[in-house]
Design a protein around this ligand. Structure first.
Ligand code: NAD
Ligand code: WQD
Length: 338
């Protein structure tokens, strides 16, 4: 099997490329490097002791994608490439629809023309919006609250239409909850450019002395300690979920959508306490106003991934913090100095 991984130099992509190699697959990566550094893939290759070609280019370029699919004889595509900043998507919606929606359609056309019909798509739990029930099952209605979330929901609908229109497609849509952590080696991890928006990378930079303190966005939510609760999932568990989903797709054509989460909620203050313990560093906190658009509590019902393809998240919040801290302390500036 040669798997084409789009966005394979990025955070989740790099961990998944490693997991795919470890499972015995050949991998080729397409990445424009708009939000990544090729050093991530060099490190993946060193960890696996294998070579992975990086084809630098854009998923919106259909002719280029067709050439890559044919040149390497790809049998399946795992599609991570896209834009993911929720706030930026409100300011620049057309960019988000062009890359995330039109880019995916163009890629699917390139696949169709090359006879490749196995596709794994990076969706997001954000498609559900404000939860009507917890834990959140896959049949929860969609109500995404941002152009980013709507771009993911639109692609999911396009994929359902495609699967219904033509036999022979094998399509998996994976809805990630909150991916965090890093490979246990500390060689690859999340390297956001600028000041992180998300909690875990922000906390890691406070512990590492790069930022002065964490602003906790609200402590008056209807949650046990008043701070927001999320379903953090270790990126290596997530990567293994992709390997399992691909194996399941290989068994026969079809279309399925599954949550990838742990099913457990962790509050902001619980995560900070776990990180303090893992790093043995101070993490000064200041309680500030709620962040507009935030939801009190969000966690998955992850049972379907277990029953469909035997996947279950194994790693604890403690390991998520320890592995993030290992990565942060070994690479205080991400891949920049490499
Ligand atoms: P990331 O930014 O680290 O990875 C995305 C990769 O795609 C980057 O390497 C970037 O250079 C590349 N890319 C972007 N636009 C491209 C284009 N037009 N052509 C080719 N390459 C392009 O992000 P990530 O956190 O690894 O996320 C991967 C996927 O998972 C994204 O689709 C994201 O929306 C989705 N997702 C992420 C999260 C999260 O919290 N990290 C949660 C749910 C879903
Ligand atoms: C987690 C908790 C914050 C930062 C976002 C996207 C979502 C998905 C994952 C892609 C919340 C609190 C955060 C800080 C804080 N991405 N917080 N201080 O908002 O669940 O999800 O990333 O699909 O679409 O919206 O994650 O890490 O930003 O926040 O107090 O400096 O931490 O209020 O309760 P979120 P997050």
């Amino acid at each position: 099997m040669t798997i084409l991984v789009t966005g394979g130099a990025g955070y989740i992509g790099s961990h998944t490329v490693l997991a795919l190699l470890e499972a015995g697959n050949e991998v080729v990566v397409v990445d424009s490097l708009v939000n990544a550094n090729a050093e991530s893939l060099r490190r993946v290759c060193a960890l696996a002791g294998r070579h992975v070609p990086l084809e630098r280019g854009d998923v919106r370029d259909r002719a280029f994608m067709e050439t890559v699919l044919r040149r390497y004889g790809c049998t399946a595509v795992v599609h991570f490439a896209g834009l993911k900043a929720v706030g930026q998507s409100v300011a620049e919606p057309l960019d988000y629809y062009e890359v995330n929606v039109a880019g995916t359609v163009s890629l699917l056309q390139a696949m169709r023309a090359s006879g490749v019909r196995s596709f794994v798509f990076s969706s997001s739990a954000t498609v559900y919006g404000e939860p009507q029930v917890l834990p959140i099952p896959e049949n929860h209605p969609f109500a995404p609250a941002s152009p980013y979330g709507r771009s993911k929901a639109m692609v999911e609908e396009i994929l359902a239409d495609l699967a219904g229109s033509e036999a022979g497609w094998h399509i998996a849509t994976l809805r990630y909850f909150n991916p965090v952590g890093a490979h246990e080696s500390g060689a690859i991890g999340e390297a956001p450019s600028g000041i992180p928006d998300n909690l875990m990378p922000y906390v890691a930079k406070v512990a590492g002395g790069k930022l002065s303190h964490l602003r906790v966005f609200g402590n008056d939510y209807p949650t046990p300690d008043g701070t927001g609760v999320r379903d953090y999932i270790h990126v290596v568990d997530l990567a293994e979920g992709h390997v399992r989903a691909l194996d399941h797709l290989a068994a026969g054509p079809g279309h399925f959508s599954v949550n990838l989460g742990t099913g457990r909620g962790t509050s902001v203050l619980e995560l900070v306490a776990a990180f303090r313990h893992a790093s043995n560093r101070e993490i000064p906190c200041e309680i500030v106003e709620r962040r507009p658009g935030d939801i009190a509590e969000y966690y998955a019902d992850p049972a379907l991934a277990g029953s469909l393809f035997g996947w279950q998240a194994k790693r604890s919040v403690r390991e998520m913090c320890a592995d993030t801290w290992n990565w942060q302390s070994k690479n205080p500036n991400g891949y920049d100095e490499a």
